[in-house]
Design a protein around this ligand. Structure first.
Ligand SMILES: *Cc1c(COP(=O)(O)O)cnc(C)c1O
Length: 385
């Protein structure tokens, strides 16, 4: 917490505005909208709740299907289930994002457009939304998906939980922020994200009526707040003023945090570059990147065992790392759902190890991680030799 967090939170405590109303909730929403260029930003208790409500607002209903990537944090998928719908899983591209080419192929070849909706030929269910996730801060190549999704009336709900700050630098989406392209977009301010409110999230949209509905649903659907009249089932999903105060302070620091993260990626990449068969996961050239998560890629035949030995080696050196999320189409509750030609995702899961990174991490700490990876690498090479 390197900025005005103490000052703003103290003001909440001093004035008694600690709950889900107060100037910081409004200010945080305004600042996030200004920063991202979204017309509206609606604060939520967390990113998962934002996703749940955003999907509902996009029109996802019980019995529908939602196209999702298999490589993502489970929350993106669970939010589909919260709405009574079923996920259809897509493969990943080199940036861990939904494979746009395969998704287009799926929509063109495996769905039928009837009335004003697209239906899955295999299950006859309506495809109610597509949820691209900007994994690790890497922007999904959305430009290629937009026109087809419009033609087929498949609303896009972006999961931008990890990509606040990432902007497109080329093409039709140039200068646009991730999370502001689809009908709705979702952010997270969980403790592990690029900025945090402890827990928190945001729904982004350019649509005035969806924004109004989002605010209504996340505040218990009050039709007459004084007389307790509710015409719909709402949720208690509002962010508190204390959390929003922290968010305002954190957002002020985002450019600095992004600079630090960029430098960290460069330092990791420089350190790793000498080692054969390992590299830093690459980033898309069509966007700048918030560099939220530095990930190491091990490209050998036995990547999975290498990943495991490296993870335990680093653990002994007191360096905590994590593999990629387990592909969600293989999770217990989702393995019976449809998945479309998934291949690359499995490889990425085998090959990837997420490295330590936080705003204050110094160059000498990065070097320490790199040195440990190098030592492990030498041992492996010797073993194989
Ligand atoms: C963190 C995260 C979420 C969930 O956000 P919470 O605020 O933790 O509920 C959803 N999707 C992705 C990709 C995430 O990384």
């Amino acid at each position: 917490m390197g900025g005005n967090e103490w000052v703003y939170i103290k003001e909440c405590l001093d004035t008694g505005w600690v709950s889900s109303a107060g100037k910081y909730v409004d200010l945080f929403e305004t600042r996030v909208a200004e920063y991202t260029g979204a017309r509206h930003a609606i604060a939520c208790v967390n990113g998962t709740a934002a996703l749940q409500v955003a999907m509902q607002l996009a029109g996802v209903r019980a019995g529908d299907e939602v196209i999702v990537p298999t490589i993502t944090f489970i929350a993106s998928i669970n939010a589909v289930l919260y709405n009574g719908a079923t996920p259809v899983f897509m493969d990943a591209d080199d940036f861990y994002n939904i494979d746009v080419a395969k998704t287009i192929e799926f929509i063109k070849n495996e769905t039928l457009f009837k009335g004003c909706s697209s239906f899955n030929k295999t299950t006859n269910k309506r495809i109610a939304a597509l949820v691209p996730v900007h994994v690790f801060g890497n922007a999904v190549d959305l430009e290629k998906l937009i026109s087809l999704c419009e033609e087929r009336n498949i609303p896009i709900v972006e999961d931008a939980a990890e990509s606040l700050g990432t902007r497109y630098t080329q093409g039709r989406l140039k200068e646009r922020h991730t999370g502001t392209i689809g009908k709705l977009g979702c952010l997270s301010f969980n403790g592990n994200k690029i900025i945090t409110t402890g827990g928190g999230g945001m729904i982004l949209t350019d649509d005035d009526s969806l924004a109004e509905k989002a605010r209504y649903l996340t505040t218990q659907a009050k039709d007459d707040a004084v007389r307790y009249i509710h015409d719909e089932v709402g949720y208690n999903y509002r962010l508190t003023n204390i959390q929003a105060a922290m968010g305002v302070a954190q957002l002020e620091q985002l450019p600095g945090i992004m600079n630090a993260k960029h430098q960290q990626y460069e330092n990791y990449a420089r350190g790793i570059s000498a080692l054969a068969d390992v590299s830093m996961a690459s980033r898309p050239g069509y966007a700048n990147n918030n560099n939220w998560m530095p990930a190491l890629r091990i490209e050998t035949d036995s990547a999975i065992s290498m990943r495991e030995t490296l993870m335990s080696y680093l653990e002994k050196e007191q360096i905590q790392t994590r593999p990629l999320w387990y592909p969600n189409h293989k999770q217990e509750m989702y393995r019976n759902c449809q998945s479309y030609q998934i291949k690359r995702s499995i490889q990425l899961w085998e090959q990837t190890l997420c490295l330590p990174s936080y705003q204050q991490m110094e160059e000498k700490q990065i070097n320490q991680v790199v040195d440990s990876i190098s030592t492990w690498h030498q041992k492996q090479t010797r073993l194989q030799g």
